[in-house]
Ligand binder design. Structure first.
Ligand code: SF4
Length: 496
């Protein structure tokens, strides 16, 4: 095994060089070997001048822009009166194959990079402090953090050091040592480097739980503009490879119980939002295609953080893309994966962006008022999923509970239905909770008033001006009959 030569890099180097017959004669002379070894020692000296903690500070901070896991570390110093503090040394959270939330040590192997992506803080033309771990150092950190119960796994990404193959070799060497020398059984999420040899990706896949290849930007054109060294083909090829290998492996595991598992927690990717002019409709279509064609477990959306100044970038350094937009995309992504929605149902060419005021499911329901109200005692599971305020769990509970008898609004509340949203769209036993005018503007206004906080300073979208007869102060708490008894017209009743 060429990687068994600890972490010195010599074994990896020779394995790589010996694959090239035209260079093997050169490197095998004693003189060349001495020269090369001297160079290696120089590099090691440079890296050793930095302490492990300094490297950790640099490389965990550099990893914070990768959102292909669920959260990033926060910085909060201890005030001397209590226990503990949060340092930026990134511990993030992710979900394992069985759905558990786990904390991960999130680091880059190196922030050195030969590429020059316009949006990236680690690009080759940036003057930032550079550092690289050795495989040994990553193993030490992981094991020590794990022993202290800080983490349950590792999230390992990397800049491109020398070449995609060289980087992938180092990532493989690290994982190999972690699994076979340190006997680490915890969760590992590692990057597959686009352009790396597929044999290396395959070997690494057998050691990792999850792999991700970052999509970076939604279209090939945007990639050409902001990441000229990357191509759509280079990114999709390893994704397809991981998908096919995982499929093959599932069949092998079914036949041979002790077969090692290849990427058991599946693969994910990340797209940067707001660095290029793509609409939400385009982004969601790309995500849908990735879920369907590449069987991805997750697509992560990262609101663009401008850390560089470049004329190709849409906003000057310091002003990021809207986090609310990122949030709406995550909500829509959830609808694609768990609520049986299609991207074309949520957005189209005429309305290509999500409404910042309302969540995507409410927007869809408001555009399809002809399908509402839905009778909860009769509607099928898929239709229940489309009702704002009813989630997957509450829809299942409704379907189970209604076998035993007719449901009332009190029952829905106990089942976790968010009635302040659902009340506009459902009936129980043929009656609505309050008398509701099935009118888009009217429901929108009420939803905004109760469920969603309008972001301050958000502009560009307005709803119908209130009329003189819209009574904002009076709140109906009783039933329809009560409203009528007070002499109010049903249409004029303002709901909580
Ligand atoms: S490949 Fe591009 S995005 Fe990745 S570290 Fe290098 S410059 Fe940054």
């Amino acid at each position: 095994m060429p990687f068994s030569d600890e972490n010195s890099g010599y074994g990896i180097f020779f394995w790589k060089q010996l694959k090239k017959p035209n260079v093997c004669a050169i490197i095998l002379t004693e003189q060349t070997f001495a020269l090369w070894k001297g160079w290696c020692i120089d590099v090691e000296k440079i890296h050793k001048e930095m302490t492990l903690y300094e490297k950790l500070e640099i490389l965990s901070d550099a990893a914070k822009y990768d959102v292909a896991c669920t959260s990033s570390g926060v910085e909060r110093r201890g005030d001397g009166t209590g226990m503990g503090n949060c340092s930026r040394a990134g511990i993030c959270h992710s979900f394992s194959a069985d759905g558990r939330c786990i904390s991960l040590l999130k680091i880059l192997f190196t922030n050195e990079c030969i590429y020059d992506c316009k949006y990236c803080v680690n690009r080759s033309s940036n003057d930032v402090r550079r550092a690289s771990f050795t495989p040994d150092e990553v193993c030490t950190l992981t094991m020590e953090f794990y022993r202290r119960n800080y983490i349950e796994g590792l999230f390992l990404s990397s800049g491109i050091l020398e070449s995609p193959d060289r980087t992938m070799e180092l990532l493989y060497a690290t994982l190999y040592k972690l699994r076979h020398v340190c006997r680490f059984q915890g969760y590992i999420h590692v990057k597959a480097i686009p352009g790396a040899d597929q044999r290396l990706i395959r070997l690494t896949g057998f050691l990792a739980d999850r792999m991700s290849v970052n999509m970076e930007l939604p279209t090939a054109e945007s990639l050409r503009l902001l990441a000229p060294h990357k191509s759509r083909k280079n990114i999709l090829a390893p994704m397809r490879f991981v998908q096919e290998k995982a499929k093959e492996n599932r069949q092998e595991v079914a036949l041979y119980r002790n077969m090692p598992r290849f990427v058991p927690a599946g693969q994910s990717t990340q797209m940067i939002i707001g660095a290029t002019p793509e609409t939400d409709y385009q982004i969601l279509n790309v995500a849908e295609a990735l879920y369907k064609k590449f069987e991805l477990k997750r697509v992560f959306y990262s609101a663009f953080v401008p850390v560089n100044t470049d004329i190709s970038l849409p906003v000057p350094a310091g002003q990021g893309a809207s986090l609310l937009r990122e949030h709406r995309l995550y909500q829509a992504d959830w609808l694609l994966r768990f609520y049986h929605f299609e991207a074309d149902e949520l957005l189209d060419e005429v309305n290509p962006n999500f409404n910042v005021y309302l969540d995507p499911k409410c927007c869809w329901a408001l555009r399809h008022l002809e399908m509402f109200p839905v009778e909860v005692n009769r509607a099928d599971y898929r239709m229940l999923l489309r009702v704002p305020g009813i989630g997957c769990k509450s829809a299942l509970r409704i379907v189970k509970a209604r076998r035993l008898g007719n449901l009332k609004f009190e029952d829905l509340k106990k089942m976790g239905v968010v009635l302040k949203r659902a009340l506009y769209f459902v009936t129980c036993g043929g009656r609505m909770l309050y008398p509701v005018r099935m009118d888009e503007d009217y429901i929108t206004r009420n939803l905004l008033n109760t469920a969603e906080r309008v972001p301050e300073g958000a502009d560009g979208m307005t709803y119908r001006q209130l009329t003189l007869f819209d009574d904002l102060s009076w709140k109906e708490t009783g039933s329809t009959t009560k409203g009528k008894a007070r002499g109010k017209n049903e249409a004029d009743i303002y709901l909580p």
